[in-house]
Design a protein around this ligand. Structure first.
Ligand SMILES: *Cc1c(COP(=O)(O)O)cnc(C)c1O
Length: 339
């Protein structure tokens, strides 16, 4: 295994040995190629550079106590990438090819998968870009699919902690019938200003309301929102939220714990009634919400009363991580073990 300071790795890019590439040309996908080059040779008129034909994914692999490498729900990422491809008219990658590429990238960089005790994981970043040289606005006829991996440190360095968020009304991440439901870089570009403002004000992240009415909760930066009250897990239903695989998994785990699950529009005022709330996504799994400030309306929804994660957030967080590391039985068939 590589000699890295695993427990203190940042959430950043660390060089690994290989990436996996696959080219779409003449209407079909080619063979998976293992590549040690970190740069890509791209035509300056490629559609990804000018017209945003870019999709990405994010998932992770964990080394278990038993030494086995587990990849969490790669089929779900394959399907979400296909949905993004439909959304911005790109060539779809078959699920089997996606999973084969993920396994190949993880296997080739096995020495970078952090040890079990470290809390660090191997982050897997699939990327799909339109590469044809074009000036007119049309979908590309050629694509490059690429996967790189990089070891990332434990998200909560000082332990699982709660964070403050701020509602930003001035800028929207995505339009009601726009690309918010797809994992495409354009949404991130659109979020940078709000994110910068939130950070400058000392918040963990920006909090979005629905773009049309600014009445309902959408997302917390690049993470889904959920609230807990009366033994119920509540998460927003909206046409501009990215369908988080972590959120889908937490909904199932909440049901397994005997909780009710509701997916429906959540009005801002309802924030005051939650016993617990969290932001969820691959990187942090759950980032518990301490409070959400609405500066324009001079309101502060304090959720974690003592500033600490609540019992249900903690239980869900531990349960999901236990499945990812193989400490708990994978009853839903979410884990792919590397052979
Ligand atoms: C990727 C992403 C998430 C989290 O999705 P996971 O599959 O749970 O990692 C949430 N919101 C946005 C906007 C995202 O891009």
């Amino acid at each position: 295994m590589e000699n890295l300071d695993w427990a203190n790795l940042p959430f950043g890019y660390i060089h690994t040995d290989y990436n996996v590439r696959c080219y779409y040309r003449n209407g079909k996908w080619g063979a998976l190629e293992l590549c040690s080059e970190e740069t890509i040779n791209l035509h300056m008129a490629a559609t990804c550079l000018h017209y945003g034909q870019e999709a990405f994914e994010g998932l992770k692999a964990c080394r278990g106590k038993d030494g086995k490498i587990r990849i969490f729900r790669p089929e779900a990422n394959a399907e979400r990438l296909q949905s993004t491809c439909q959304g911005i008219v790109m060539a779809e990658l078959p699920t089997e090819l996606f999973i084969e590429a993920v396994k190949k990238a993880v296997k080739a960089n096995e020495r970078f998968i952090p040890p079990y005790e470290s809390g660090a994981t191997l982050y897997i970043r699939p990327l799909l870009i339109g590469t044809s040289a074009q000036v007119g606005v049309h979908p590309s006829s050629e694509y490059l699919f690429l996967i790189f991996v990089t070891p990332v440190g434990p998200y909560f360095k000082g332990g699982f902690a709660a964070n403050p968020y701020v509602i930003i009304r001035k800028y929207d991440r995505s339009a009601p019938l726009g690309t918010g439901i797809y994992k495409t870089g354009g949404n991130y570009a659109a979020s940078l200003r709000a994110n910068k403002i939130a950070h400058e004000l000392g918040y963990a992240c920006e909090f979005y309301l629905d773009a049309k009415e600014k009445k309902y909760i959408d997302e917390c930066g690049a993470a889904n929102f959920f609230g807990i009250k009366d033994n119920t897990y509540i998460t927003p239903l909206s046409t501009s939220i990215l369908p988080s695989i972590t959120n889908m998994s937490l909904m199932q785990l909440a049901k397994d714990l005997g909780m009710k699950v509701e997916r429906r529009p959540v009005p801002e005022e309802e924030l005051s009634s939650f016993e617990e709330a969290g932001a969820c996504g691959t990187a942090a799994v759950i980032s518990p919400i301490e409070r959400i400030d609405d500066l324009e309306n001079k309101k502060s929804y304090v959720i974690a009363k003592e500033g600490k994660p609540g019992p249900i957030c903690t239980k869900l967080y531990n349960k999901l991580r236990a499945i990812q590391y193989g400490d708990e039985q994978d009853v839903h068939g979410w884990v792919t073990i590397l052979d």
